[in-house]
Ligand binder design. Structure first.
Ligand SMILES: [Zn+2]
Length: 112
């Protein structure tokens, strides 16, 4: 991969990590919501519980993506970065810009 493309992707990863960290912080605050415990507020209670459940789900996904991005950042200077682990073709730069953590090209990703 060309040095300039690599730098673009590196910057993209760093930006993504920053915004994910911010998002995770906000989500963690949201999981601290406390559902009221009283018979008159059952509806409100179930809404808040659902909200917390969804928040946890997004939080987990965000944390997993963060891990993948951090991993991508450690791999970016290696010669195999941007090479599909299945077919060993180059993963198109456009894909890597959106999904820098991609390990496979679109064809292999969809083949599973
Ligand atoms: Zn492939």
């Amino acid at each position: 991969m060309e040095e300039t493309s690599k730098n673009i992707i590196k910057e993209q990863i760093i930006l993504d990590i920053k915004s994910l960290n911010k998002q995770i912080e906000l989500l963690e605050d949201r999981t601290k919501l406390i559902a009221p415990d009283c018979s008159q507020c059952d509806l409100e209670r179930s809404e808040i519980l659902l909200d917390i459940e969804i928040t946890y789900k997004i939080l987990n996904e965000s944390k997993m993506r963060l891990k993948r991005l951090e991993h991508a950042l450690t791999r970016i200077d290696s010669p195999v970065f941007g090479i599909c682990i299945e077919c060993e073709n180059e993963i198109p730069i456009e894909r890597l810009k959106i999904n820098p953590e991609s390990l496979k090209c679109v064809a292999c990703e969809n083949a599973k």
